[in-house]
Ligand binder design. Sequence first.
Ligand SMILES: [Zn+2]
Length: 129
Amino acid sequence: MAQAKRRRFGVSLREEVAEGLDELSRLLGTSRSNLVEEAVERLLEDYLHYREQHRCSGLFIVYSDAETLDVRKLLEENRDIVVSSSHVHVGGACAEIIVVHGDSERIRRLHNSLESLGCRVRFIPLHGP
Ligand SMILES: [Zn+2]
């Protein structure tokens, strides 16, 4: 199999992020480049599908330190695209698992709103790029 063309460029990271990258690299026995590539691929997958409007399906994982009624309010306001949601308490924090289906622009707005509440948010599209 032919090796994929690679591009080099300089990236600066906060010291604690660089240390975490070194530690994970040692732990997993892989290069920092491989880890950065994998992390960027995941980020691209999570966000690039928003470039073009489409029927979208996906899964939000939302985590916040404190109970936030604003999340429940957002879900209620978007109930036409929220297929299901599950709220659990884990170690004094709140986690929300939300399955959505609908217009990608609406899902993108919900994504931004969840992030603006200060929650940690991951969105995993349940379709191809
Ligand atoms: Zn999508």
